[in-house]
Design a protein around this ligand. Structure first.
Ligand code: NOJ
Length: 544
């Protein structure tokens, strides 16, 4: 067993976590101040979104120096201190590795731009214009518009699958790969616990053939990376792979292939989108689809892979507002999604604020938006004839600022996040929803998370148990069992605001209630009645 197999990871988006110096931007000393809180929650590792030097075109995912800390976050000494202080609490720091692209202000790109003969030219992907002088092909950027940007000086285009300030690195160049591995070793030597690898499935791209994800050399590069950096180190790695299927996930995470520990798959996060369209083209979630997708991932990886489990991150809306109910049943539905996820097999990730049920942000106009993805989409679609109202609605539902509002620590000035003016406004509900209030209330969402983390540590069934979906066709109840040795646990969750009764095709009697989100100490399995957003985990007893 590897340490990350029974671990729980907590993601910090540093800009929005805790500001120690009053400039309105969260920072490393601010994180150190809150480590006791995270230790109390019980997490094992922190995935730290980027804190490197960056012009912040995409809030740090555009890196201009991988081996320097952005002054707004602190210094390299602060970083060393964070690693040390976290280690004292048995918490590992997982760095965000953003190596599909750099910033256009990275020294490599500054050099590359000087001309075709520059030694760094081939660190990036340059192509001549098409015959009509336009971009080499019609590849699109994730952040709207063409993925090619014209460079006047050399008369060539460079590739950027994200913003034009995020030129793609050319992984076919072995000097690029070597530079990345050296940089990774720099961080490993500092004692970090591993890497979350940003859009790593794009590094094997073949832009001329319009192949971006899953390129032919992708796994060769990851195996080489493993040999040059990760081998023999007791670290975890998780790749961000939007296009992963269980089959491709095994290629990344089969231990014998020596690539990554696990990947983030996003199939379950795309079920409220119209198939084949973009994230902005909304559709209602069908619970049976969610059950079937998550169950497929639970059962199909077998021993050749390991799941990552998550509902949230800095790119996704808040789960309680998205699939739950952030008004009448905020507490119940936040706990329900926690229970559903944390009883599954894999490594759970908690995104800051999820553990207190923070909600999505509501905006009324584009002037309130910070996120480059939403702004670019808005401008592009406005030109295409969409109305402002429908675009604002889509941003309210899916925009990335939803998850990026500052952490709500208490009910004082700016929710205790900063003594100054926060870079993104605090949510108006901070007086009710904040860490201090959660810690004082023994029935809070926080304590459900704490309990779920503890359950994983204390019960091998949570880590290793076989997963079995129950009642696959039921359209409001998500039910599954876990089996380990001669134990069975049943997880039942009513994902709706209506009471539901149901019958289980089972001979079992209810044993101990392991965890629940209503005040309940027994359940009659012969006639189950579930309250709105009720979730319960019960041990099953079989009489034989
Ligand atoms: C995925 C990151 O999570 C996202 O925030 C970023 O914009 C893109 N990759 C580009 O780095």
């Amino acid at each position: 067993m590897r340490w990350w197999q029974n671990a729980v990871v907590y993601q910090i988006y540093p800009r929005s976590f805790n500001d120690s110096n009053g400039d309105g931007i969260g920072d490393l000393p601010g994180i150190i101040e809150r480590l006791d809180y995270l230790e109390d929650l019980g997490i094992d590792a922190i995935w730290l979104s980027p804190v490197y030097q960056s012009p912040n075109d995409d809030n740090g995912y555009d890196i201009s120096d991988y081996q320097a800390i952005h002054p707004e976050f602190g210094t390299m000494e602060d970083m060393d201190q964070l690693i040390k202080e976290a280690d004292r609490r048995n918490i590992k720091i997982i760095m965000d590795l953003v190596v599909n692209h750099t910033s256009d202000e990275h020294q490599w790109f500054i050099e590359a731009r000087k001309g075709k003969d520059n030694n760094y030219r081939d660190y990036y992907i340059w192509r001549d214009p098409a015959d009509d002088g336009g971009p080499p092909n019609d590849l699109k950027s994730t952040f709207s518009g063409s993925a090619w940007e014209y460079d006047e000086k050399s008369g060539q285009y460079y590739l950027h699958l994200f913003s034009k300030k995020q030129p793609d690195l050319n992984w076919e160049n072995k000097n690029v790969r070597k530079a990345v591995y050296d940089m990774m070793n720099f961080w490993l030597d500092k004692g970090v616990g591993g890497f979350r690898m940003d859009v790593i499935d794009l590094i094997g791209k073949k832009p001329d053939e319009k192949i971006t994800g899953n390129g032919p050399k992708l796994h060769d590069y990851l195996q080489e990376m493993h040999q040059e950096t990760l081998k023999d180190k007791d670290v975890m790695t998780v790749g961000e792979t939007w296009g992963a299927t269980p089959e491709t996930a095994k290629l990344y995470s089969d231990p014998f292939r020596e690539e990554l520990s696990m990947v983030f798959q996003f199939e379950h996060m795309q079920l409220d989108e119209q198939p084949g369209a973009t994230k902005w083209d909304l559709k209602e979630l069908d619970l049976t689809e969610l059950k079937s997708v998550l169950s497929k991932w639970q059962t199909e990886l077998g021993n050749q892979g390991w799941n990552s489990l998550f509902w949230n991150n800095h790119d996704l809306p808040r789960i309680v507002s998205r699939f739950g109910n952030d008004t009448d049943y905020r507490v119940e539905s936040a706990k329900l999604f926690a229970i559903l996820l944390h009883l599954m097999k894999g490594t759970p990730y908690i995104y800051q604020g999820e553990e207190i049920g923070m909600t999505n942000r509501k905006i009324e106009s584009i002037d309130e938006v910070d996120d480059i993805e939403s702004i670019n989409m808005y401008n592009e679609r406005l030109d295409e004839g969409y109305t402002k109202e429908e675009l604002i609605r889509a941003i309210n539902v899916k925009g990335r600022d939803n998850a990026r509002t500052p952490m709500q620590w208490d009910d004082t000035h700016e929710a205790g996040f900063t003594t100054g003016k926060p870079w993104l406004p605090i949510q108006p509900n901070y007086e009710q929803i904040n860490v201090e209030a959660a810690l004082e209330d023994k029935n809070s969402i926080f304590y459900t998370y704490q309990k779920l983390i503890r359950l994983r540590k204390e019960n091998p069934i949570v880590v290793w148990g076989e997963y079995e979906l129950v009642l696959p066709e039921h359209n409001t109840v998500f039910a599954y069992k876990r089996h380990y040795k001669n134990k069975t646990w049943l997880v039942l969750a009513n994902v709706s605001r209506n009471e539901t009764s149901l019958e289980l095709p089972d001979e079992a009697q209810a044993g101990n209630i392991i965890v629940s989100n209503y005040d309940r100490d027994t359940i009659d399995l012969a006639k189950i009645a579930l309250q709105p957003f009720e979730a319960i985990v019960v041990e099953l007893k079989y009489s034989s």
